[in-house]
Design a protein around this ligand. Structure first.
Ligand SMILES: N[C@@H](CCC(=O)N[C@@H](CS)C(=O)NCC(=O)O)C(=O)O
Length: 233
């Protein structure tokens, strides 16, 4: 194990972007860990005891101590395995602040926005919601130009914090494209992000976590969520 700092366990859910980013962060730093898939309809005692406040995945358990909330976990992984390349957060204080800002923007705004695209009841409603999400993605296109400094990733030459936070949503974006033909990142409107998404998909830490099978699972899950929402109307 890289870092040699004791046992690492991750409580997760394959379809969760919050979990996927943590898995990719651990893989990027070559940290060996045990992955435990949770059933959110019957949460394990370990999950409830480890995250009694939110009762959500992911939870990282390192040497018996839990760390909750995906972005907190990523920062923890970066610090606990600081000697293992790559650094997830940039080195400079201003660059770190920018990375945290954009990661919070993805989670606080874009995540809910693409969820609304997925759950729209009519094509007209979906078009409006897709336009809202596209505006957010346009901000991220500008952020990429600034943060990447001409490099391949938000983090520069290597996949970093913002790459993993945004990139962990990409398999859901692909599910939206397959289901509804909605392209949140597209070559015409957001050419930098379109090229970035290609590179991100090829990065070693991403392969194995985000797969075509996972996109298929996301499509099936989205269909179930939509059916449940229609029945509850
Ligand atoms: N802000 C949290 C969000 C985690 C989250 O929403 N996890 C969902 C799965 S995608 C969950 O565990 N939900 C269980 C529940 O709501 O009961 C993070 O970044 O870790």
């Amino acid at each position: 194990m890289a870092g040699g700092e004791g046992d690492v366990k991750l409580l997760g859910l394959r379809l969760s972007p919050f979990v996927a980013r943590v898995r990719m962060a651990l893989d990027a730093k070559d940290v060996t860990y045990e992955y435990v898939e949770e059933d959110l309809a019957a949460k394990s005692d370990l999950l409830l005891a480890s995250n009694p406040v939110h009762r959500k995945v992911p939870v990282l358990i390192h040497a018996g101590k839990p760390v909750c909330e995906s972005r907190v976990i990523m920062e923890y992984v970066d610090e606990a395995w600081h000697s293992c390349a790559p650094n997830l957060l940039p080195v400079g204080a201003l660059e770190r602040a920018a990375a945290r800002f954009w990661a919070a923007y993805v989670d606080g705004e874009l995540f809910a926005a693409w969820g609304r695209v997925m759950m729209a009841a009519t094509e007209e409603e979906r078009a409006g919601r897709a336009a809202e999400a596209a505006e957010m993605v346009a901000h991220l296109e500008e952020a990429f130009a600034r943060c990447s400094n001409g490099g391949a990733f938000f983090g520069g030459d290597a996949v970093g914090y913002v790459d993993l936070v945004l990139g962990s949503n990409l398999f859901w974006f692909e599910a939206l494209r397959r289901m509804f033909g909605v392209r949140l990142i597209d070559e015409r409107r957001t050419p930098l992000l379109a090229a970035w998404a290609e590179r991100f998909g090829e990065a070693a830490a991403v392969n194995g976590v985000v797969t075509d099978t996972l996109v298929g699972m996301a499509v099936e899950h989205a269909k179930k969520l939509r059916a449940a929402a229609m029945t509850n109307k």
